[in-house]
Design a protein around this ligand. Structure first.
Ligand code: FE2
Ligand code: FE2
Length: 294
């Protein structure tokens, strides 16, 4: 429970260093947070750990040792993250046993975890379990001056992705008319533009053109996605589009292996995206980008 509000979206999330986050079902204006990020003390806006595609299950191609190593690497990061974002495919089959295991594992992360649903999470009526055991599938929240909009791009029992007009409007409602210094982050599972090293392109958002236009119109600073199991960062207009690889699925591509991203944002909107390899902990910088407009 956060801030005294019994919100299903926070059912399994531990409190973060004693802070109360405005996490939950659309709790009003997202810029009202009184949080103070540790990053402000080191002249950075926020440090985000971006994980994805854990595909947690006892019955598939999940690698439990890789997930355990990822959790260890996150919990021992220095400086620590302000927030952890999971961009979907938390589970492999969307079944109850997967969700039970996933909830227990995510609890081991010392920091708050924002989770977007993925196509695997919505298999087998899994969206009902996501709502019950993880939380809302679309919501807004903030950490310091960083605003997050998490959106469900999945379609039950389909690998395709789509936001649709209602979620596009939700994106606009959340990000329009924010104070100029707000760093705007959108999170959803399916990719917005083609991803390299992925083979035949498919499952891109069906309405990618309209979503991309909304994101560019709104000058969203950062979009966090997963799905392709390929880490990638590319700037389009004033927006940085970042995909994470898979934390703990055996379905890796080539020799990309398992990994997650660490994203450091400075006060002047310089964003450094690094990939941390699992299990080695080796850090590899994907790029440094200046985003948005002041
Ligand atoms: Fe996946
Ligand atoms: Fe996926």
């Amino acid at each position: 429970m956060y801030g005294g509000v019994a919100a299903p979206s926070s059912a399994f999330l531990p409190s973060v260093r004693g802070r109360s986050l405005p996490f939950g079902p659309d709790r009003g204006a997202i810029y009202k947070s009184e949080l103070h990020s540790h990053a402000s003390m080191v002249e950075s806006q926020i440090r985000i750990v971006h994980i994805s595609d854990t595909h947690i299950t006892k019955f598939g191609m999940h690698i439990p040792e890789a997930l355990d190593k990822c959790i260890y690497l996150i919990n021992t990061l220095d400086p620590p993250p302000d927030i952890v974002v999971h961009s979907g495919d938390l589970t492999d089959n969307g079944i109850l046993l997967d969700y039970e295991m996933a909830v227990e594992k995510i609890k081991e992360i010392r920091y708050e975890v924002l989770v977007a649903p993925g196509n695997h999470d919505e298999r087998n009526y899994g969206d009902s379990l996501f709502r019950e055991m993880v939380g809302n599938m679309d919501y807004v929240t903030s950490v310091g001056r960083t605003a997050f909009v998490i959106l469900d791009s999945g379609i039950p029992d389909s690998d395709n992705g789509r936001l649709g007009r209602a979620r596009q409007q939700r994106l606009r409602n959340a990000f329009e008319n924010l104070p100029g210094k707000t760093f705007k982050v959108a999170v959803f599972h399916h990719h917005l533009i083609p991803i390299p090293y992925a083979g035949r392109e498919r499952d891109i958002l069906e309405d990618a053109g309209d979503v991309l236009k909304a994101i560019l119109d709104l000058k969203v600073d950062l979009v966090l996605m997963g799905h392709r199991h390929v880490r990638h960062a590319v700037k389009v207009g004033e927006t940085l589009l970042v995909n994470a690889g898979t934390v703990s699925s055996a379905r890796t591509r080539g020799r990309l292996g398992n990994s997650f991203n660490i994203i450091d944002v400075t006060e002047d909107r310089q964003v450094t995206v690094s990939e941390m390899k699992i299990p080695s902990g080796e850090l590899h910088i994907l790029g440094t980008f200046r985003v948005g407009t002041q």
